[in-house]
Ligand binder design. Sequence first.
Ligand code: AHM
Ligand code: MG
Length: 334
Amino acid sequence: MTDLEPAADNLTTLESHILSEETRHPGATGAFSWILAAMTLSAKIIASKIRRARIEDVLGTLGSKNITGDTQQKLDVIANETLLRALGTRAGVAVLASEENEQPIILQTKVDRPYCVLFDPLDGSSNLDACVSVGTIFSILRHDTQADPIEISILQPGTKQIAAGYMLYGSSCVFVLTTGHGVNLFVLDPAVGAFILVQENLRVPESAKSYSINEAYRADFPAGYQRYLDWVHGQRYSSRYIGTMVADIHRILVQGGVFMYPPTKAHPQGKLRLMYEANPMAMIVEQAGGKAVAGTQRILDIQPTGLHERTPVIMGSAAEVDHVLRHVKAAGAE
Ligand code: AHM
Ligand code: MG
């Protein structure tokens, strides 16, 4: 180790980690760091609101639905407003798009605002009343200054993401981030209010006998998924389904397995949103060495046509995704 290299047991916050990454890019303006600072601030505020939700009487539904027909929880709106307020003040953000808002918010069209930030403010929010983990998912794209209308700037395939991450509000509050060079895991130390790096270059196990799907919809799934379920029941696998995508994928990143949300009769294109959920989680899973596909196509290759479009999702350990695909393809050929 030279004098300049950090020791393995050094304490590093998320902010200092990003600053040190930025020194590797001589042309960096710092705009990206400011966006991540907004995300960590939002995470701390949302985590604290969730912890106090029962006391402050902000659990439960609002009685309204969002643009894609989901019942809005009070905390969906609080989390959304927190992110909009934290990100809306950052130079470096051109466009914001939220799962909770029908239209993207255009902040600037100038070249000095080079990023678009997309987010699902509170994934799994219907679990909140039961004190089950929920999360925030985000995706960062470079703003296309030539896009006309400007909204088109957001409709880029997942391969174009500059960064993606999620915050999971569970038994601890974690922040998982990729900027395209592996996946890093930070944990909030509530005593000092900082996200501390706890694992660099997180790798999803190559295989693990665990699958995650809402099996109650089995009769509605395409034949390939039913075929996979028949197969997996004979293989001594465990079934684990939290019903919060970000929590199910986090478990798989750490312990391995496969997560699926196939097309159903209620959601013929799948339930999960491509831009706010599938793309950022797919980038993270791939960066951790796993696979993420939408039936037969790689999720990150999908060319989006609408901001709120949905996609089927199969993602996790490479070998486990392959098992699902084997059955999906075999059913297609039958
Ligand atoms: P949300 O963004 O409105 O919370 O919906 C997405 C959630 C995912 O977190 C989870 O995987 C899925 O919906 C669960 O759906 P279901 O209850 O149909 O299994
Ligand atoms: Mg969601």
